[in-house]
Design a protein around this ligand. Structure first.
Ligand SMILES: [Zn+2]
Length: 250
């Protein structure tokens, strides 16, 4: 029997998967809408869940790097980390606390939108490069990143709600920050399809940028929001689930 996934036009598959991942972010507003102001540990666990899923995707990308291309992958990882650092510095959002519910600086809302938008761009690259490896592998990684968009959007929309943004508008903004995930996924896939020589570098770039984002943006705050042990556990379990369920798909 023919697999319906492999029958899809590859670029259309990338577009559909990354679009679904972006729109799922709207669900992030649900916990806050149902329960009101979220307790600080919930924000920490949300960060840990998102971190674990991102690390699972990053690790899975290293497992599909051909043996002879490891050095190029390592070079790509360094470029990815530098790229995140440089884009943070040039957009003025380096070391920004992403979970500041009480922050009243008018610029904070704009900075939060910028940092979440930049963050999503690197995840778009990861979806695009995973799709180049194979469509089933790419879809597994897109599902992991779609699920991770929910806790990230939960934290983003919790901050927006504290600043008086309506539920519907917060949900729309959460999706908006992820729209460039779609753009970057399609562009990455198309460029790598045309220039296969860049694939090992792109795999490394996605790995380096995802790991750096976790270590620089998500985990530092989470340790202050919830207990160290619970943060480590949630992160590792989420990572393990991605590696166990998605990493073996080729
Ligand atoms: Zn993320």
């Amino acid at each position: 029997m023919l697999c319906p996934v492999t029958q899809l036009d590859p670029v259309l598959a990338v577009l559909l998967a990354s679009s679904a991942a972006a729109f799922v972010a709207a669900l992030g507003v649900v916990p806050q809408a149902l329960m009101g102001r979220l307790a600080t540990p919930v924000l920490g666990w949300g960060n840990a869940l998102a971190s674990g899923l991102m690390l699972g995707v990053a690790y899975s990308l290293t497992t599909v790097q051909p043996d002879g291309e490891v050095l190029m992958g390592a070079g790509g990882a360094v470029v990815g980390m530098l790229f995140v650092r440089i884009t943070h510095v040039f957009s003025g959002v380096e070391d920004l606390d992403l979970n500041e519910l009480g922050e009243l600086d008018p610029a904070y809302g704009y900075q939060l939108f910028v940092v979440n938008t930049l963050h999503a761009a690197y995840e778009g690259v990861a979806i695009g490069v995973a799709m180049i490896v194979s469509l089933p592998f790419g879809l597994a990684m897109a599902v992991a990143l779609a699920v991770h968009n929910i806790p990230e959007a939960m934290i983003f929309t919790a901050v927006l709600r504290e600043r008086g943004v309506k539920v519907l508008h917060a949900a729309v903004l959460a999706v908006a920050t992820n729209l460039n995930q779609v753009l970057l996924a399609v562009v990455t896939y198309s460029v790598l399809a045309a220039l296969p020589v860049l694939r090992p570098w792109a795999l490394g770039f996605a790995f380096g940028s995802l790991v750096y984002l976790v270590l620089d943006e998500l985990l530092p705050e989470s340790y202050r929001q919830a207990g160290h042990t619970s943060i480590a556990l949630v992160t590792l379990v989420a990572m393990g689930i991605v590696v166990a369920l998605g990493g073996g798909i080729m």
